[in-house]
Design a protein around this ligand. Sequence first.
Ligand SMILES: Nc1nc2c(c(=O)[nH]1)N[C@H]1C(S)=C(S)[C@@H](COP(=O)(O)O)O[C@H]1N2
Ligand SMILES: [Mo]
Length: 438
Amino acid sequence: MTNKKGLHELYAKNPEMADELLWGRKIDQVSRRGFLRGSGLAAMTAVLGASIPFARYMPGGLIPAALAQSDESFSIPGKSGLIILNDRPINAETPAHLLDDPITPASRLFVRNNGVPPSTWDINPLEWRVYIEGEACERPEVFTLGELQQRFKHHRLQLQIECGGNGRSEFHPPAKGNQWTTGAIGCPEWTGVRLRDILLHCGISDNAVYVAYEAADTHLSGDPTKSPISRGVPVRKALENESLIVWAMNGEPLPELHGYPVRLLCSGWPASVSGKWITHLKIRDRVHDGAKMMGQSYRIPCQPVPPGATVADEDMCIIESMPVKSLITFPKSGIETRVGRRLGVRGHAWAGDSRVTTMFTSIDFGATWQKAKLRKPANRLAWQHWTASVEFPETGYYEIWARAVDDAGRSQPMLLPGWNPRGYLNNACHRIAVMVTA
Ligand SMILES: Nc1nc2c(c(=O)[nH]1)N[C@H]1C(S)=C(S)[C@@H](COP(=O)(O)O)O[C@H]1N2
Ligand SMILES: [Mo]
């Protein structure tokens, strides 16, 4: 079911395109030199973990051997160990065991692009403009990123971001779209200003309903009149303390793939509401009707349907909060251990807009559950860390299952939640394989 593409396959098919996807633009023998003087060199050295003294001699299209010789892992600039699901546009997810860090580093955050990212390597980030406008905006105004940084209070929060389609690959019948397994989630620390402060500064009319973004990426078709994505949230979500306009991730400027120089972050909802490369914020007098807001996009049947059902657009409802979910990030699936030895297990749990209150693990396919130790989030809408310790009674094959419960008593389903046409919101228990020997 999964459609994984290796680095080699990508380069074999179309080296120029591969270069463009990997490093942000087409590179020939000559221009690679120029490219490597700029942000490209930083990206490449970040991936390789070392400087490249002879970078100026590197031919275009050359896969650094350090990457070419690694196994199934695909590397994109600033990333390590991500699995690529699609190369046009680029989409890549993170294997569960590489999400072990309490705060997700940039190199381990999944990438989801709907269109062609703008070329931002030579811009002055402080001059980037964001227009605040819309039918329900009382005093429209345009701010440069520099002005946003000067005029509004800064906030630094750890916020989780999860694609609405995370887990899609498990659904049957299958749903079209990126076949995410479990890796379209992360929880970096972001720095920015509150969306609320800016909206209040510009005045929200009584008829305001939604706050939407428009961004600088372009449609895959190349048609300049089409937008790849323009989504939004109801005003109440936009006004939450944790809804931010951010320019930094883990204390560094946003990586290009994650929205450099500025993005929106409305954590706890499908990450498609968190626009990257934002140029406009619109206070709308209606439910936003931009690209990927309508039809079946980021919507689920308002009433449950049997697997495989066709659902009319008018019976589909917009997804708001993501459901309760958790990951086992240590050990890695497939680990071997011994009878009688205690095995430490750990991971993260999150619950969209809500909070996780209890965490359980099972080693007997869900017949019995043991309570894990669960920590408080760093702040609202950050994921929560959990630890457990398990011991196996005899040799053989086991699975460790993890299950979180949220503050409304909702639990993760053990195998699959209800089917929906586009394969959103799969919050089934994460499980890993363990071999126990004598
Ligand atoms: N401008 C823009 N913003 C976007 C997207 C996009 O394609 N273009 N993709 C959205 C989707 S569907 C997801 S899941 C997240 C992914 O964020 P990341 O790539 O930083 O992990 O960005 C969202 N914001
Ligand atoms: Mo997404």
